[in-house]
Design a protein. Structure first.
Length: 424
């Protein structure tokens, strides 16, 4: 596969012009190494700590290891930096002596602050660029970096799509495929094999880089449970009972999954004038393909047959899967826009909005996700409630659905086909 451009490229360039150390973080196999190499300039040095001899030399004396390279190269790129946690102290010493922007360009599949032996504060020195698995637009080669701005301007793009371009089955195929570059375009049998090995590697090998976890089967069960409830709000007490782990142990295991970028948390939106707002975050598996694989789903035909047999259990899973896939699209797009953060909203009176996008001025775009090819005015009722309570800041309400046509439901409420995420 030829190089596919990523939404974070501009953020990477800006960060490298500002910060002395640039960290590209994200789950294993999401494309960090490929991005890092693509961002190199002529004369930059690339080192990989997958090489054991390089790793051992760096671990023994990080500053001495770097000295010969610093004289010859202005920028040094290091892959898999989490394999040598002691390196952070050496980088800090060097960039404090020579405050050159972009001196070190590093990548890691674990949150460096959670690694054993890392005690350094790199505040003011390190800028983090979060890379997620590929979005549908990145896979298709379409530029959606300004999609949210287009929504603000009511620029909806193509007014109607064919059923071959957008339907529930088309969306489900994309959700089952996920966004891991190596496997997202392969057939369902290949994806099944790949994901099984990927999950085994994470739980039996990669966890050792961040700490001691004796109950790997409990962690596997927790990851599967989070997959079945991805996009939902679940309390720690509920999770603790379901996987039979004490609260402190469960929090440590949840921390490990976040450290490896396998789960994301969307915070609750809040406003003082609205009472009884839920404050717990919604948790999302970081890739819809991984979510599906953890629950044994990889092929559309068998998934649809399972949904028919299981009724509400199956339809609930479809709803969670599609919403997780939408989050996997929205998160990189919101980050690329530079000014939008993602929240969820839920009140005790049952008002709920899947995503509240809010900019630095406190303005909101409200998004509901519907895993259906039809949409009605009733699908906007919670959006309209929010707009009534926040008339000065609520810019637009959008229902993303699996149908083919852009439909307006009032001056500021629009139903958009999910093809908006990948079609020109």
């Amino acid at each position: 596969m030829s190089y596919l451009h990523r939404l974070v490229e501009e953020e990477f360039r800006l960060t490298a012009q500002t910060m002395r150390i640039v960290l590209v973080s994200g789950p294993r196999q999401c494309g960090k190494t490929t991005l890092l190499k693509a961002m190199l300039r002529p004369g930059d040095l690339f080192l990989s700590f997958d090489d054991e001899a390089t790793r051992e030399a760096a671990a023994s004396d990080p500053v001495a290891f770097f000295r010969p390279y610093l004289k010859k190269y202005q920028r040094i790129a290091i892959d898999e930096v989490q394999k040598v946690p002691t390196l952070f102290a050496g980088m800090k010493m060097i960039v404090d002596e020579e405050p050159i922007p972009g001196r070190f360009l590093i990548s890691g599949s674990s949150n460096y602050q959670a690694l054993p032996g890392v005690n350094e504060s790199l505040a003011g020195r390190l800028g983090e660029v979060r890379l997620k698995t590929m979005t549908a637009s990145e896979i298709a080669g379409t530029d959606k970096a300004n999609l949210i701005e287009r929504w603000v301007d009511a620029d909806w793009g193509q007014p109607i799509y064919s059923i071959q371009e957008c339907s529930k089955d088309v969306v489900l195929e994309k959700a089952l495929s996920g966004g891991y570059p190596e496997i997202c375009l392969k057939d369902s049998r290949s994806r099944k094999i790949w994901f099984e090995n990927y999950i085994d590697r994470l739980l039996e090998h990669d966890l050792k880089e961040i700490g001691q976890f004796e109950k790997t089967e409990a962690l596997r069960k927790l990851l599967s449970l989070l997959s079945s409830q991805s996009s939902r709000t679940t309390s720690v007490n509920e999770l603790s009972k379901a996987v039979n782990l004490q609260g402190t142990t469960l929090n440590r295991y949840l921390g490990a999954l976040k450290t490896m970028y396998l789960i994301d948390e969307v915070p609750a939106w809040s406003k003082k004038t609205l009472v009884r707002l839920a404050k717990s975050p919604n948790r999302y598996i970081s890739d819809s393909g991984l979510m599906s694989a953890l629950l044994g789903h990889s092929e559309l035909r068998t998934l649809n047959a399972w949904v028919m047999r299981t009724g509400k259990v199956g339809t609930d899973f479809i709803g969670n899967l599609v919403e997780t896939w939408v989050f996997n699209q929205l998160s990189p797009i919101a980050r690329a826009s530079g000014g939008w953060k993602i929240f969820h909203l839920r009140l005790s009176q049952r008002q709920e909005i899947d995503f509240v996008l809010e900019n630095d001025f406190g303005e909101q775009i409200l998004i509901e996700v519907k895993a259906s090819e039809t949409v009605t005015a009733d699908d906007f009722k919670h959006i309209e409630w929010f707009m009534k309570n926040n008339p000065q800041t609520a810019l637009r309400g959008i229902v993303l659905y699996c149908g083919q046509a852009v439909r307006n439901f009032g001056e500021r409420c629009t139903a958009l086909p999910m093809a908006t995420f990948w079609m020109d």
